[in-house]
Write a new protein. Structure first.
Length: 158
């Protein structure tokens, strides 16, 4: 995998159903799509998503705007929520794409819809303390090969 890809925190959600709220559907996910387009993400980009309903629904809105399909991954859900188990983000994303028999990266780019802890570590902030200040629908560009996770716990590797 070379270059970069985008990580997106899912939209606001209902804690009982885990599905997006109106704000998540109408504000957060469309704002993430607009940001991705402004950053040059192309039509037909690969959209890899956590299998959690809030992430999948966010990914579906993004994918519709990119004329793409969503690839759902339990690995991205597990790693997004328990970032302490992620030694190497590049390897985790590559494994998720491989399991789905998808290309690692095509010319149109890759977006990974996940959870705040994973986005936080990619941004170099604390994955548990600092996420309260992270916007839902936050987009972060991740440079391949730069993953540094000071919270990694080898005994819990995903």
């Amino acid at each position: 995998m070379a270059g970069s890809f985008f990580l997106v925190r899912h939209g606001r959600y209902d804690r009982q159903t885990s599905g997006l709220t109106n704000e998540g559907r109408e504000i957060d996910a469309p704002r993430a799509l607009s940001t991705l387009l402004a950053k040059g993400l192309g039509q037909g980009a690969v959209v890899l998503s956590s299998s959690a309903p809030r992430a999948l629904q966010t990914a579906e809105i993004i994918a519709a705007g990119l004329s793409s399909e969503v690839i759902s991954s339990r690995l991205i859900e597990d790693g997004g929520n328990d970032v302490g188990g992620v030694r190497d983000l590049d390897e985790l994303v590559g494994r998720a794409l491989s399991q789905a028999q998808a290309k690692p990266l095509d010319d149109n780019g890759l977006v990974v819809v996940t959870h705040a802890p994973m986005v936080a570590v990619a941004m170099g902030v604390h994955p548990f303390r600092d996420v309260d200040n992270m916007d839902f629908g936050k987009v972060a560009e991740y440079q391949v090969g730069t993953w540094t996770n000071p919270h990694f716990r080898p005994s819990e590797e995903i």
